[in-house]
Design a binder for this molecule. Structure first.
Ligand code: HEC
Ligand code: HEC
Length: 284
């Protein structure tokens, strides 16, 4: 239904704007028609777009949107020359004149799928909310998985991990999935686990928040902030692995995992404050 509607609108705009120009495909002509991706930005569309992209585009662009041998990376956070759906569509369908970027012979629908895929690599998880039941995901977060022991959302929860109140607008969906399934190559600053052995014979386990020549600030596992001077410390044992578990795909059922991601992708406290969105908007 929606699809048919958009296709017709797209057609209407194309006729309206392009016919006077009498050119088969004018890159700049369609610019202001406001056409968004008629297929939407849903997970199945993105998944098909990814396959098409990795099949047709990686002889120049890199696999999964990374930098390629002969063309720029299409994912990432830099400002892109082409950022609207229709500009991307146009670049792929018609190529970019004067550059190596060729016009693609793929059918229209496949091009839109690739557009969705490129957008998903750039958009925050909140912009392309993941499928699944966020309400059930909420229960996974607080109850079944116990994420709240270490993470805070909207003022509730633990302090050992980063606050996740706005993680949906700060991260892309693939980044969220990765956070739950792959150890990071480096422990981010402020989250390095360690044990401090004091001259007084105490052992405190926690995470190093700040470390200078003369002092060390640590968040202990029981959530207290401790400050040690160099004289008080006898020995420090640094942990090699982050406290963040990354085997959630094994620990949770596929259903729980999916619902948890759906819940995380909708955490957008910062966005709510900026734009005055209400709960119903977030539950969409
Ligand atoms: C023969 C090599 C080649 C192939 C194949 C190719 N590209 Fe490109 N593409 C390029 C080059 C080179 C550029 C940079 C053009 C420029 O300098 O503006 C580019 C630019 C782009 C841009 C614009 C990037 C921006 O930020 O504006 C998009 C989008 C794009 N390509 C998508 C694709 C897709 C999707 C496919 C597969 C259907 C594809 N390309 C296949 C070489 C290629
Ligand atoms: C034992 C404490 C602990 C538990 C339990 C835990 N985490 Fe974490 N988490 C951390 C720490 C510490 C970090 C920061 C260091 C890192 O990324 O490796 C982190 C990082 C993250 C990040 C990355 C945040 C960002 O801004 O990139 C996400 C997302 C996340 N956790 C989600 C979860 C979810 C969802 C659960 C439950 C399924 C969970 N965590 C359970 C401690 C924990």
């Amino acid at each position: 239904m929606m699809k048919a509607f958009f296709m017709r609108t797209g057609f209407f705009f194309t006729v309206l704007f392009l016919s006077p120009l009498l050119l088969p495909a004018q890159p700049r002509g369609a610019r202001n028609s406001g056409a968004a991706n008629p297929l939407g930005l849903t997970e199945p569309v993105i998944a098909e777009g990814r396959q098409l992209y990795n099949r047709s585009c990686t002889m120049c662009h890199g696999i999964d949107g990374e930098l390629g041998d002969r063309a720029p990376a299409l994912k990432g956070t830099r400002r892109f020359v082409r950022s609207s759906d229709e500009d991307l569509y146009d670049a792929i369908k018609n190529g970019i004149k004067g550059t190596l970027m060729p016009a693609s012979p793929l059918p229209e629908n496949d091009v839109w799928k690739i557009v969705a895929y490129i957008r998903s690599m750039r958009a925050s998880a909140f912009d392309a909310p993941l499928e699944g039941d966020p309400e059930k995901g909420r229960a996974v977060f607080w109850e079944q998985a116990g994420c709240g022991d270490c993470h805070m959302i909207q003022g509730r929860g633990g302090l050992l991990g980063p606050d996740l109140s706005s993680v949906g607008v700060q991260r892309t969906s693939p980044a969220l999935r990765e956070a739950l399934t792959k150890p990071r190559p480096h422990i981010p600053p402020g989250y390095r686990p360690a044990k401090v052995f004091t001259a007084a014979g105490e052992m405190v386990e926690g995470m190093i928040k700040n470390e200078h020549n003369f002092s060390l600030q640590m968040l202990s596992r029981d959530g207290r902030l401790r400050l040690f001077t160099a004289e008080e410390i006898r020995r420090i044992e640094y942990g090699e692995r982050s406290l963040m578990p990354t085997d959630w795909e094994q620990r949770l059922t596929p259903e729980q995992f999916k619902n948890l991601l759906a819940f995380l992708s909708r955490q957008a406290a910062a966005r709510v404050k900026e734009q005055g969105l209400v709960e119903e908007d977030l539950a969409r």
